[in-house]
Design a protein around this ligand. Structure first.
Ligand SMILES: [Zn+2]
Length: 169
């Protein structure tokens, strides 16, 4: 599973970064997507690495006749700690232990996670989402928070980061 530390190593600390543009982009969602899935916004501010898998997931949803099941879009980019670790992150940053602090940052901080149907899929609650809808995402490279021990049914995040040139060497 991708951690905030992996994202930090690739893109830096989102708390202090001034050049979000090196990994974030305003994605103009293709017209067919928001016409066929009305809950999807016309523009999504997300990590560049999200565009291909996210469009593939939306296409799965359309092709599999599940557009009605995506009831609300609840966001992508938000710089914050994993819920419940806000104070710990502050403390670690104050102490200068940035790498450890990054482990407790939400992946939303780098724009590689999304939340959907949040009202019915609260953190720590039993997810109310069909296996078929989940599969639209997991088939194309997303990991589902509903599979975690602390269930987060609204949450999907990239399962892998694209290899950097440095990693490949
Ligand atoms: Zn989330």
């Amino acid at each position: 599973m991708i951690t905030g530390l992996d994202c930090y190593n690739k893109w830096g600390d989102p708390n202090t970064l001034w050049d979000e543009g090196k990994y974030m982009v305003v994605w103009n969602v293709p017209e067919y997507v928001w016409q066929l899935i009305p809950s999807i916004p016309r523009r999504i501010y997300c990590n560049k690495e999200m565009i291909v898998p996210l469009e593939a997931a939306f296409l799965n949803i359309i092709n599999r006749g599940l557009a009605d099941e995506l009831r609300t879009w609840d966001g992508c980019f938000q710089v914050r700690a994993i819920r419940g670790y806000e104070e710990l992150v502050k403390k670690l940053i104050t102490q200068g232990d940035i790498e450890k602090a990054m482990l407790y940052m939400s992946i939303h901080s780098w724009g590689i996670a999304i939340d959907i149907n949040a009202a019915w899929n609260g953190l720590g609650k039993k997810p109310q989402m069909s296996k078929e809808l989940v599969k639209c995402f997991t088939d194309v490279g997303f990991e589902w928070g509903g599979d975690w021990r602390r269930m987060d049914g609204m949450h999907f995040q990239l399962a892998y980061l694209e290899k950097t040139i440095k990693d490949a060497a």
